[in-house]
Unconditional design. Structure first.
Length: 296
């Protein structure tokens, strides 16, 4: 009797989990189809090539222009700057926590890093306006510090908890036998970390980096507040920029329904969706490649 009940429970649980999995896939497909449907409505009015290669985003201009290139370059510029800061700092911090920090220090630093992820993006953006922005302006001699560098620094701070936490888990997941074998041939702690532990944890570290990139690309409020929101083509880190997410947040609330401008925002949202998907696919490819290499 108990065996029959257990089998029924297992079948029910299996059915529930399967339905949950299909539901997630259906929601994701629904979002993509909604974006694609409205994007096609936009491309009936604007040529795709003009949309992709256009260097002016001015929906309210006369004539209106819908070139996504400055928004795309701005998003990539801020994300690249953020990852240039966050990746070495995140991996270094995770390595310190994993191999060097004592129990007392680790018990203080790890919760502090995890609490950083709970800070609202509005608060970080506010700090970028009142603290970091004036500091950058004083150093560079500009009128204000609301530029791509400001956004990159803030996004790196927001990406750090994800990169540090997952990287530390990956480093701690490396079998102790790897480290012991390295120590047995005379390698020190630093050599073991660089030549054994980090390469062995490469799939997990790469996954952490990809999640950090996704976090930076999809952030809205911080870049909306701290980058200056100039839709002109960016010339460098010390110039004001406008990212794709900031453009959607600024313009979607006031755009007339079912106009060309309305559909254009769905088009750039589709581009953002595809960028995030591409990052995940590239990350998954290299993670699997590292795993196959380690298995050989």
């Amino acid at each position: 009797m108990k065996l029959i009940k257990r089998e029924k429970t297992d079948r029910f649980a299996k059915l529930v989990f399967r339905m949950t999995g299909f539901m997630v896939i259906a929601i994701l497909a629904g979002i993509f189809l909604m974006l694609l449907w409205n994007t096609m409505a936009f491309f009936l009015k604007v040529q795709p090539w003009d949309f992709i290669t256009g260097t002016q985003w001015s929906p309210s201009g006369n004539p209106a222009t819908y070139g996504i290139l400055p928004l795309l370059v701005s998003t990539s510029l801020v994300t690249l700057g953020a990852m240039t800061i966050a990746i070495p700092l995140g991996i270094g911090t995770a390595s310190f926590l994993s191999d060097y920090a004592g129990k007392t220090l680790k018990s203080i630093l790890k919760p502090a890093i995890e609490m950083l992820a709970a800070v609202p993006s509005v608060a970080i953006g506010f700090l970028g306006i009142v603290v970091l922005g004036p500091g950058i302006a004083n150093i560079t001699g500009q009128a204000n510090g609301l530029n791509a560098l400001n956004g990159a620094i803030l996004l790196s701070v927001m990406s750090l908890p994800t990169i540090i936490t997952i990287t530390q888990d990956a480093l701690q997941g490396v079998p102790n036998s790897y480290k012991e074998a390295s120590y047995s041939v005379g390698a020190g702690k630093w050599q073991t970390l660089i030549q054994v532990t980090i390469p062995a944890a490469a799939p997990g570290i790469l996954a952490a980096v990809m999640l950090g990139v996704g976090r930076a690309i999809g952030e809205t409020m911080t870049v909306l507040m701290a980058t200056g929101n100039a839709s002109a083509f960016p010339k460098g880190f010390f110039y004001s920029v406008r990212t794709i997410t900031a453009t959607i947040a600024i313009e979607m609330g006031e755009v007339p329904y079912q106009t060309t401008h309305y559909y254009a925002l769905f088009a750039i949202a589709t581009v953002l969706f595809l960028m995030t998907l591409l990052v995940n696919l590239v990350g998954e490819h290299f993670v699997n490649k590292f795993r196959k290499f380690q298995a050989v």
